[in-house]
Design a protein around this ligand. Structure first.
Ligand code: SF4
Length: 405
């Protein structure tokens, strides 16, 4: 049976990361998942990512226990279920982190830092905690929905980055150190390029890493980028996957169909979804989600512009035209037969099937699409039976189409 051996190393790394956060030895910055982690690490902060906690609440299916608590406080059950489940978990003083790692839960923040390059929800979410913990909050508000990221946008974001420095200095009790910032960017760049190579191993016809595996193995690039640990991990994982490609060992013995996953994972149904595709000989080989942590513009020799550009040009922050170009390129690169759009009920920002994109993409690329409804954490919005029928029918149609052509 196919197994990625590095998984055990990854689990150990994640455990150590959470234990270190809990140790209370360093000041803690909370940061959004595509926020300025490098700047925060250069000030010596431990960095905690509430979205990673949200994903854990989804994956352990505990989110549903917590969402009602946030709703009682006035947060709608139709807004981001990372936000509502995480706030509910805080209010109930319960977290899967207690059971998994034996720690109290999320660490107390000394500073909260967000970037609305992904959504405005993160600002509201972090503001809740700024009020609860009475601690400083700073944010970056880049221009959104961009066709191209020009120097004007980069300059604006750089100014916002630099405005955070005095607050970080005050909270961390450390002066800003440009060399440390550059060193962190270098480590981040190296790890992110390794992560990109990891993902690209699945351009091979015997793909060694599925989208579902990717959602697990992306842990270190989300929470530990800018550290040697993340770089080492992806060096090891890449070596293993490249070896598998060389030996023609893929996660499927025989692949009939290659699928692209667009949108958020359905965290509480990862296993079920993975089994559904594999039992139909369909390999989900690429996704916009896992590719969101490839910041190939990082450049330690141009620290401000390159980080501003890297964080502003991410997929979620782009216009539909720019997104379609990116998808078209990925379809060719990964030899895609069909795309599944996950229309995520509580994340409008990461749902791209609402304004005609599937139809436009099919016209440009010839790649057929399927839209399924669901959610990242709130399983009330996911119908398992309906999704299975839709996906199996879609895969059959792709098969028939391939036979006829
Ligand atoms: S991008 Fe979507 S899932 Fe992520 S924090 Fe924003 S609203 Fe929530």
């Amino acid at each position: 049976m196919y197994k990625i051996e590095s998984t055990e190393i990854m689990k150990k790394i994640m455990r150590e990361y959470f234990l270190s956060l809990d140790s209370g030895t360093k000041k803690v910055a909370w940061c959004t998942s595509v926020g300025p982690a490098e700047l925060l690490r250069s000030f010596g902060f431990e960095v905690f990512f509430p979205e990673n906690h949200g994903a854990l609440l989804g994956a352990t299916r505990t989110a549903m226990d917590f969402i009602p608590e946030a709703i009682k406080c006035g947060y709608s059950g139709h807004i981001c279920s990372y936000t509502t489940s995480d706030i509910g978990s805080y209010l109930k003083k319960q977290s899967p982190l207690q059971k998994h790692y034996g720690i109290k839960g999320a660490p107390k923040p000394d500073i909260l830092v967000y970037n609305t390059n992904q959504c405005r929800e993160v600002e509201d979410w972090f503001t809740f905690y700024a009020n609860e913990f009475n601690c400083p909050i700073v944010g970056i508000h880049p221009p959104r929905y961009l066709d191209e990221v020009t120097q004007d946008e980069v300059d604006l974001v750089v100014k916002q980055f630099k405005k955070m420095i005095p607050v970080c200095e005050q909270v961390s009790d450390q002066k800003f150190d440009l060399d440390k910032f550059k060193d962190t960017i270098k480590l981040s760049r190296e790890a992110t390029l390794l992560w990109q190579k990891v993902l690209k191993t699945s351009t091979a016809m015997n793909a060694p890493l599925s989208f579902f595996d990717g959602t697990i193995h992306m842990g270190p690039i989300v929470v530990l980028r800018g550290t040697q640990i993340a770089k080492n991990y992806y060096t090891t994982l890449l070596a293993e996957l490249e070896e598998n490609v060389k030996n023609k060992a893929g996660f499927l013995p025989e692949t009939k169909t290659r699928i692209f996953w667009e949108g958020m994972p359905i965290w509480g149904k990862l296993r079920m979804m993975s089994d559904l595709f594999t039992s139909n000989d369909a390999a989900v080989v690429a996704s916009t989600y896992c590719s969101s942590w490839v910041f190939d513009k990082f450049d330690e020799n141009d620290p401000w512009d390159s980080t501003a550009r890297a964080y502003t040009e991410i997929f979620i922050n782009r216009s539909d035209t720019a997104k379609e170009k990116m998808l078209e390129k990925w379809f060719k690169e990964y030899n895609i037969d069909g795309i599944v759009f996950h229309d995520t009920k509580t994340c409008f920002n990461n749902s791209n099937a609402k304004f005609g994109m599937p139809q436009r993409l099919q016209k440009i690329t010839g790649v057929p699409s399927l839209v399924i409804e669901g959610d990242l954490c709130d399983l009330r919005f996911f119908s398992e039976g309906q999704s299975i029928t839709k996906i199996e029918t879609f895969l059959e149609q792709i098969e028939d189409f391939k036979v006829l052509n």
